[in-house]
Design a protein. Structure first.
Length: 180
């Protein structure tokens, strides 16, 4: 649901609501009930952009969530290192650095690779994304000294295990907003 806020022009008053359907409306039609709302502007934005007004993240909350995600990814990399032959991690710190680099590659490089390989992805019904994940794990091994991959097969299987474990751990941890 979109988070909405009402601003009364010139008064400095702010009122917030999450039950208004319009993305941006002015005047009596904003509530659908009529009435005289002179100077009232209702602004709604998707929660992905601004979050909800009641649970807006603080700097500490956002950083805490980021650190938790890095720890989850670190555990996933460590589990993949213990399961997959040829997927070697020298220390837990190397796993943490690999998780950070892999997260950065997933954020910045992966969308470009997915866009460039879109025709192949369409033909394979999205299965080529697993190959992209393997490539990103192999790239991560180039940046982290204590993280080595013996071949693309190990990178592919490691990426699969990391994805599954990270997804399961993220589901178990969840977000504070979802638990309320």
């Amino acid at each position: 649901m979109a988070a909405c806020g009402a601003w009364i022009a010139g008064s400095g008053l702010n009122s917030r609501s999450s039950r208004l359907p319009n993305w941006h409306s002015t005047g009596p039609s904003a509530s659908g009930q009529g009435g005289n709302w002179t100077g009232l502007t209702l602004v709604c934005a998707p929660p992905i952009l601004y979050g909800s007004f009641t649970d807006s993240p603080t700097r500490e909350g956002a950083m805490g969530g980021l650190i938790i995600r890095f720890i989850i990814m670190t555990v996933a990399v460590l589990i993949a290192g213990s399961i997959i032959p040829g997927f070697t991690i020298a220390s837990p710190w190397d796993a943490f650095f690999a998780a950070v680099i892999l997260s950065l590659l997933n954020s910045f490089v992966r969308p470009i690779l997915v866009l460039l390989t879109l025709p192949i992805n369409l033909v394979t019904l999205g299965l080529f994304t697993l190959v992209i994940n393997g490539i990103l794990v192999a790239l991560t091994a180039l940046f982290v000294k204590g993280f080595t991959i013996d071949g693309f097969g190990s990178a592919f299987l490691g990426a699969l295990v990391v994805s599954i474990v990270a997804t399961l751990l993220n589901l178990m941890v969840g977000d504070k907003k979802e638990k309320k």
